[in-house]
Design a protein around this ligand. Structure first.
Ligand SMILES: [Ca+2]
Ligand SMILES: [Ca+2]
Length: 83
């Protein structure tokens, strides 16, 4: 499994406006408790990993982590370098 390729694919899909919560998977919909399509900082407290990595997860710093950002964050969490 090539993680770099996955990240690039995710970025390409996000850029195409093609990314949905369904792609990001169960974890996203569980954390997005009000189902508005983004995880707020309050919703993020349910996930220790997301809460701790909030600043890097919210890549565009709008105070919400959307499906694309969450997917990228999950990928970075599972990457060996972890950065
Ligand atoms: Ca939400
Ligand atoms: Ca964001």
């Amino acid at each position: 499994m090539n993680k770099k390729t996955i990240l690039q694919s995710a970025a390409a899909l996000a850029a195409a406006g093609f990314f949905t919560a369904a792609v990001a998977g169960d974890a996203f919909s569980k954390l997005d408790t009000n189902a508005d399509g983004a995880i707020s900082s309050e919703e993020a407290t349910a996930s220790e990993a997301l809460y701790r990595g909030w600043e890097s997860a919210d890549a565009n710093q709008d105070g919400q982590v959307d499906a694309a950002e969450f997917s990228a964050f999950e990928a970075s969490m599972s990457a060996p370098e972890g950065k």
